[in-house]
Design a protein around this ligand. Structure first.
Ligand code: GTP
Length: 326
């Protein structure tokens, strides 16, 4: 029904005379179902589409925040500030979506413990409530894990930037992803060789350049399989060895120096080391890894991207490395 008609009908019911304009907020005004029914809804407007009458792949709400519960591998529950982005596809014939339904559907689950599989239930609701074909959700949060120091027997909280993502296709196929950032140090193999050469040949003391680096790992988890954030952290630690440290005394600092000496790595090495780790995990159907070494030698970063190479899977597109700055 046209919005004007609805308004006219409501006014008619209220005596038909338009009220005098008041520039004051009526805190006592109570919404009635009849009044709500009289509100215009652009989403019902006819011939209201502007521009090309074509489908939109994703439309929704980005970066609304709420505290959500996540369970650790050991079964403890953390409540973490979470940024949510929810979107749906929109058909060419429709003006827009009911945005608040994306947020409201999510709030219905705010007291649940969030897992990748819970996203599936919310996405089914999106498809129903927002009448969409495809739907996707991405939850981004900072996840704490206790990291033991290398030699002093102490420990400290390490925080990891993590995202849980779910995609629900029009065919009802649900796909789930985890994105995980791992920060490490990378001592350059070439610089190490040149330092040794200067020392051996000329007695010149030299130190290889070493820098804080980041690997962004995005994995697709197999249907029916459970992969935890702790599992991904372990894969990266196994591959790269030189994670940045939280609690460091002198004995830890010496250990870290030895660890870097034992595990020098180019940005190509880092990508291949993580590849070898992830390719061996049957719970992971596909992955993409972007590494960025924030070079202390150069005024630019050394970067690499690798993907598993599954036909039709993730491609090693040149990712936006700017947000890979540590
Ligand atoms: N689709 C869309 N809505 C927008 C946008 N910007 C603001 N909105 C507003 O989002 C508000 C909430 O949308 P809805 O969820 O449709 O609110 P509603 O119609 O009261 O919700 P229902 O009762 O579920 O239909 C509306 O007032 C829209 O105008 C936008 O860019 N696109």
């Amino acid at each position: 029904m046209k919005s004007n008609t609805k308004k006219t009908m409501y006014l008619h019911r209220m005596g038909g005379v338009a009220p005098r304009l008041e520039r004051a907020y009526d805190a006592k005004f109570k919404l009635t179902p009849a009044y709500k029914e009289s509100l215009p809804d652009m989403m019902e407007a006819e011939d209201a589409i502007q521009g090309a009458a074509v489908p939109i792949q994703q439309v929704g709400v980005s970066n609304f925040k709420l505290p959500l519960k996540f369970k650790t591998k050991a079964g403890e529950v953390h409540t973490l500030e979470t940024s949510v982005t929810g979107s749906v596809s929109l058909e060419a014939s429709l003006k827009g979506i009911n945005m608040s339904r994306i947020v409201r559907s999510f709030y219905e689950h705010q007291d649940d413990v969030f897992t990748l599989d819970l996203l599936r239930r919310i996405l089914v609701k999106y498809q129903r409530k927002v009448e969409a074909l495809n739907a996707r959700i991405k939850l981004s949060f900072s996840y704490p894990m206790l990291q033991p120091s290398l030699r002093s027997g102490l420990e400290g909280w390490q925080y990891y930037q993590v995202s849980f993502e779910g995609l629900m296709g029009a065919d009802g196929v649900f796909r789930k992803f985890i994105e995980f950032d791992f920060v490490y140090s990378s001592a350059c193999p070439c610089s190490a060789e040149l330092s040794e050469h200067a020392r051996d040949v000329r007695g010149a003391y030299a130190i290889p350049h070493n820098q804080r680096s980041k690997a962004r790992v995005r994995v697709e988890v197999a249907k029916g399989k459970r992969l935890t954030i702790e599992d991904l952290q372990q894969h990266c630690a196994n591959a790269l060895k030189t994670e940045t440290q939280v609690m460091v005394k002198r004995e830890d600092e010496q250990a870290f120096a030895e660890l870097n000496g034992a595990h020098i790595k180019f940005v190509e090495d880092a990508a291949r080391l993580i590849y070898a780790e992830l390719a061996g995990d049957k719970r992971i159907v596909d992955f993409e890894v972007a590494c960025s070494h924030l070079e202390s030698l150069h005024s630019h970063d050394a970067v690499s991207v690798i993907c598993k190479g599954v036909p039709g899977g993730m491609s090693a597109d040149f990712m936006n490395f700017r947000d890979l700055v540590c």
